[in-house]
Ligand binder design. Structure first.
Ligand SMILES: [Fe+2]
Length: 168
């Protein structure tokens, strides 16, 4: 599903929408983690959720400093909710990862666009955020393709279960 976030003319509005999208991603990760059976995948997705949580913590003061109102949740638009709801009816872990991959397509696009039009005070944060989004999407694609994936602890998390069997 396509997103228009990052195409706004007003930079404060753009960051507010981006923050709402991060909240939406957190909701989608909550839904995915709840439904996954593979514990290793659950743990990995929890680190990605932490990245999105950190984005909201970093975006809020930027938005306030620019005179905007940081959203407190995904809002009425809930860009990724479709994926999340669809997930409820899907069967199996792979289907859940595929739904999360389409959600990450959106967050990647939104961060790419936002960075391309970044207000100076937000560029550094948006560049770091885009790195996170690339990493999330890359892990989902590699895991779905059955390629070996390097451990990817989130930037805010340093622990990972070490004694579990490989995911595939
Ligand atoms: Fe992400």
């Amino acid at each position: 599903m396509a997103t228009r976030i990052g195409t706004e003319d007003n930079p404060v509005e753009m960051l507010e929408h981006l923050m709402a999208l991060d909240f939406d991603a957190i909701e989608a990760y909550n839904a995915a983690i709840e439904r996954l059976e593979n514990d290793q995948w659950k743990a990995q997705l929890a680190t990605f959720r932490s990245d999105h949580e950190r984005h909201t913590h970093e975006l809020a003061p930027l938005i306030r400093a620019m005179g905007g109102n940081p959203p407190s949740g995904p809002g009425a638009k809930a860009m990724l909710t479709q994926g999340k709801v669809r997930m409820a009816n899907l069967m199996g872990d792979e289907a859940i990862l595929k739904a999360m991959k389409t959600n990450e397509d959106d967050t990647n696009t939104a961060y790419e666009r936002a960075l391309a039009h970044c207000p100076p005070e937000a560029c550094e944060m948006l560049a770091r955020g885009l790195d996170d989004e690339h990493r999330h999407r890359e892990w989902l694609i590699a895991t779905l393709e059955g390629r070996p994936v390097q451990e990817m602890p989130g930037r805010t998390t340093s622990t990972r279960p070490g004694s579990q069997p490989p995911p595939l």
